[in-house]
Each structure stands twice: as structure tokens, then as C-alpha cells.
Design a protein around this ligand. Structure first.
Ligand SMILES: Nc1nc2c(ncn2[C@@H]2O[C@H](COP(=O)(O)OP(=O)(O)O)[C@@H](O)[C@H]2O)c(=O)[nH]1
Ligand SMILES: [Mg+2]
Length: 288
């Protein structure tokens, strides 16, 4: 048996969450076209008779600007510490020098596979050029060109990981897919809709807290608070005549029902908590 922790790092928007979902075959991590969508370390566990891989998706590596950012970078740091194998993900269209600088600064002590992602967007010549750039780097044990979105070359990636994985017993039971609670994923699915439906600062000033999760006879009753920093943001989230919050609710409900495999009743509230992103007590309460 082989077992170990395989942690995914990269700049915001490289496709880390898309890759985790593709590898696990289940949507664990929310995805958006906007940067800094992922705020936590999210584990996805893949178990067979021969191996157990515990993947971790992490927030994109950034320079912290407020306390929430600091918490996000702590999630990155903790993932660096327990990794057996590291996946360094690059958006093929990103600035290569910048990615290289970030990867070098991690001072990795474990083998790293560089994954050149989004190859579906470019031609073969570009793939070869970027592959040559990273193959020459000292931290690059192996390089694989993939498309997380189109799920291409993931089998090759799995084989490469298994080769580097240490011998050992499984850390989690066979049927465990993640270490996080259903409440967490429900809150994340609501947060994803906020990223989809609102522009500019709204997604970055918002978070979601599930305060009620109760099994009733034929459905689960879920109550959640959308937390924002200002009254104006509350009005935007609610929308004219409640139009927007209704839209968040409808779209989130579909995803949550798919995830839980059960009908739900979803009730959303909006709460204003000035500067919650800077406040230790609020950050803790909201799971950061
Ligand atoms: N074309 C293309 N888009 C991708 C690929 N992987 C991820 N994306 C898109 O890139 C954006 C950011 O993805 P996400 O997984 O949230 O990135 P993260 O910030 O690194 O977790 C989303 O719009 C994804 O659909 C890929 O292989 N090809
Ligand atoms: Mg992400």
C-alpha cells in the first residue's frame, strides 16, 4: 500500500480547484473565473486497493493585503508542511518568470511535479516552449502538460504521483472523500453563486455561514447568512424586490441538492459585519 499527501499550489486562477474536482470526480472545490475564490485548504481523498492519495487544494499564492488573506496564506503554509508530493500548477498563458519566482520561493523539500495547465487553449508549439522552460528548473522532478477542464493527461499524472508516493497505510477510511463537513460545502456552494452573480468587490467582501442544517421528514432545512461589510453591499446582494438573493438561492439550491442527493429548503439572510475580514473573532466564527 502507498499513501500520502499531494498538495496543489499555484497562482490564483491557475486551475487548482478544477484539477482537484477532476481528480476526485466530484465537485468539492468551488470554481470561478475570478481570482481568490478558494479560501481554505480543501482535501479530496482518492482510495483504491493499492493506494490512498489525499489531495489538497489551496488558496492561490498572493501577497496578503488584509487578515483574511493572511489566514488564506496560512492554509498554503500548512499544506507545504505535510506534503509528500507537490503539484505546481501553471496557467500556460501566465507569466512564466513570475510563476518560477513563486515556485522557487517555496523552497520545497519534497518532489514536485510541474503541471502546465490549460493546454486546450494553445497550440503544441507553445506547450513545448513552456515545458522546456520549467523542465530545466531544479524543483521540477517531472513535467506534465494537462488540461484540468478537459481532463486530459490526468491518468499520466496519477501514475506519476503513485510512483512518488511513500509506502504506508491509509490515513482515512475507504469511503471518506473529504475531511470537511457538509455544512462547509453548502456554504461554499452559496459563496460560489456570489462569485458568479456579482462583479467587483462584492465577492471579496462576502462570506457565508450556515447556521441551521436540520433533517426534516423528506428534506433538509438549511439556513445560511451571507455576511457583507457594508449596508450598500447588503442592498446589492438583496437586489430590487429581492431579485438577486432569490437568484442566489435558486442556483445554490440546485447545486446543494445535487451534492447532498436530497431535496433541501434553503433560507438565506444577509448580515452586515463591518470589517469582518480584519476581525479575528469574526474570522474565527466564519471558519477562517
Ligand atoms: N480553458 C481552460 N480553462 C481552465 C482549465 N482549468 C481551469 N480553467 C478555468 O480557469 C478558471 C479558474 O479555475 P479555478 O479552478 O477556480 O482556479 P484556481 O484559482 O487555481 O482554483 C475557471 O474559469 C476554470 O474554468 C483548463 O484546463 N482549460
Ligand atoms: Mg481555487
Amino acid at each position: 500500500m502507498k499513501a500520502g499527501f499531494v498538495n496543489i499550489f499555484g497562482k490564483p486562477n491557475a486551475g487548482k480547484s478544477t484539477l482537484l474536482n477532476a481528480l476526485i470526480g466530484e465537485k468539492l472545490a468551488i470554481v470561478s473565473s475570478k481570482v481568490q475564490t478558494t479560501r481554505h485548504r480543501i482535501k479530496g481523498i482518492l482510495t483504491t486497493d493499492d493506494y490512498q492519495i489525499i489531495f489538497s487544494d489551496t488558496p492561490g499564492i498572493i501577497e496578503p493585503k488584509y487578515k483574511l488573506h493572511e489566514r488564506m496564506m496560512q492554509a498554503v503554509k500548512s499544506s507545504l508542511e505535510d506534503a509528500d508530493v507537490v503539484l505546481l500548477l501553471v496557467d500556460i498563458k501566465d507569466n512564466l518568470e513570475e510563476c518560477d519566482a513563486i515556485f522557487s520561493s517555496l523552497r520545497l523539500k519534497v518532489p514536485a511535479i510541474v503541471l502546465v495547465n490549460k493546454t486546450d487553449k494553445v497550440d503544441q508549439e507553445k506547450v513545448e516552449q513552456v515545458a522546456a522552460f520549467f523542465s530545466a528548473k531544479s524543483y521540477c522532478k517531472k513535467l506534465i502538460a494537462i488540461s484540468a477542464l478537459k481532463k486530459s493527461n490526468l491518468q499520466e499524472l496519477l501514475s506519476a504521483i503513485i510512483e512518488l508516493l511513500p509506502e504506508g497505510e491509509a490515513f482515512y477510511a475507504n469511503d471518506e472523500m473529504t475531511d470537511l463537513s457538509e455544512r462547509f460545502f453548502v456554504a461554499e456552494m452559496i459563496r460560489e453563486k456570489i462569485f458568479d452573480l456579482f462583479e467587483e468587490e462584492i465577492p471579496y467582501h462576502s462570506t457565508v455561514l450556515v447556521h441551521e442544517f436540520k433533517q426534516k421528514s423528506s428534506l433538509i432545512k438549511i439556513g445560511a447568512n451571507i455576511i457583507v461589510q457594508r449596508d450598500t453591499q447588503k442592498s446589492i446582494i438583496i437586489g430590487e424586490g429581492g431579485k438577486m438573493i432569490k437568484k442566489i438561492g435558486t442556483e445554490a439550491r440546485k447545486e446543494i441538492e445535487k451534492f447532498l442527493g436530497q431535496k433541501i429548503f434553503l433560507e438565506l439572510f444577509v448580515k452586515v459585519r463591518p470589517k469582518w475580514r480584519e476581525n479575528d473573532i469574526f474570522l474565527k466564527e466564519y471558519g477562517y
